[in-house]
Design a protein around this ligand. Sequence first.
Ligand SMILES: C=CC1=C(C)c2cc3[nH]c(cc4nc(cc5[nH]c(cc1n2)c(C)c5CCC(=O)O)C(CCC(=O)O)=C4C)c(C)c3C=C
Ligand code: FES
Ligand SMILES: [Fe+2]
Length: 431
Amino acid sequence: MSVQTPFRALSRRAPAVQCLHPRSQRWQHQRSMVTVVPPVTQDSTSSKGPTAMVFMNMGGPSTTDEVGNFLSRLFADGDLIPLGPLQSYLGPLISRRRTPKIIKQYADIGGGSPIRKWSEYQAEEMCKILDKTNPETAPHKPYVAFRYADPLTEEMYAKLLEDGFGKGKGGRAVAFTQYPQYSCSTTGSSLNELWKWRQRMESPSRNPSLTPAEAEGSIQWSVIDRWPTHPGLVNAFAENIEAKLQTYPEEVRDKVVLLYSAHSLPMSVVNRGDPYPAEVAATVWAVQQRLGFRNPYRLCWQSQVGPSAWLGAQTSDTVKNLVQKGQKDLVLVPIAFTSDHIETLFEIDQEVIHEANELGAEGRVRRAESLNGSPTFIKGLADLASAHLKSGELCSKQMGLRCPACKNEKCLQSKKFFSGQDKPDNEAFIM
Ligand SMILES: C=CC1=C(C)c2cc3[nH]c(cc4nc(cc5[nH]c(cc1n2)c(C)c5CCC(=O)O)C(CCC(=O)O)=C4C)c(C)c3C=C
Ligand code: FES
Ligand SMILES: [Fe+2]
């Protein structure tokens, strides 16, 4: 069997038909993910490290000065906001118009997004745990790659090469999405970007300055592409919800309505077949199960942008409606993001809850803490990454399927690459 894959350390790859993983750890079962490779046999006497653990996320402006660049990159991303052939003209126009309003929002939450601080902290703490649980791939080195803010994907990639990965030396890197639920507009966009920079920096056809030895020893990538029902995630959410419920008098505690709130998607993306709504619902169900379904709950959607149709019901409408009907005890739970950001600190805390109080909610509409520095969450990240490293899997089985209405050539190419199916004999696997 050919071992000409870009993942040489993981190269004892089974043919595509033999891709189910034999392990029976619970989270792997729940995820029902593919294993494209059998587990790597670890040599107990020597480490296969270092291993780069790359946290991928959208990022946010750390200061108000960065808002303009953040928005211009965001509106230039056709995977997030497809503006067709007019993208390079309309993108800058819309982002420039939007910048003053968004600067004000970041100023109101303390002058910037805390996402970089939290991402760096979570990645570092996770790597410390992995060094203990997975000595065979140690040391684990934390990296952050943001899509629209520093450190950008290209910056992270350059640092990887500078730190001794690739360039003839190979080395293993795990692209670990920090969006628990997969959307082509979020994780898909980050993977497409990572694939683009991998081609530019490590593909001999795109980078003629590479020597054959350097091209041969490129970085071996694998991907953690979704984890909507991982027990570490579910427990961390449940703990924060329980803590918030404790702030209500005992006699009303079980009557508090839990309003899970996720960033919405345009209906055009939903109808394309994007997996995100189903995966968000899976997280909600798993958290509810863990909480014993003691409280009534709903899933609603926030942060719509622009005039097109978005998935509803909107969080702000739902809160207003319930408060007006007399249901004032509500806990909002941001369920699709793992740290605080403008949507929690501004939209929920300063807009939705403020509006509820104006309607007479008397401070009884509250928000569960974001996961941020939760030790349960960070331990969960480490458990997930540990199992991934030991499994030798390249990505989940879901990566083999594109959205039914996807016409994006980048999705096809990057999915082929990350699933190790970019060789002609395996072409049929990506659909
Ligand atoms: C899981 C989370 C997110 C999904 C899905 C998502 C889809 C999505 N977003 C836009 C447009 C914008 N999003 C903006 C900011 C923003 N988006 C998310 C998360 C998801 N977006 C976050 C966490 C943030 C804030 C970052 C931070 O502060 O840390 C913005 C910029 C702000 C604004 O102008 O309102 C836009 C625009 C689309 C179109 C979309 C789905 C296709
Ligand atoms: S848009 Fe979903 S796979 Fe391309
Ligand atoms: Fe967004």
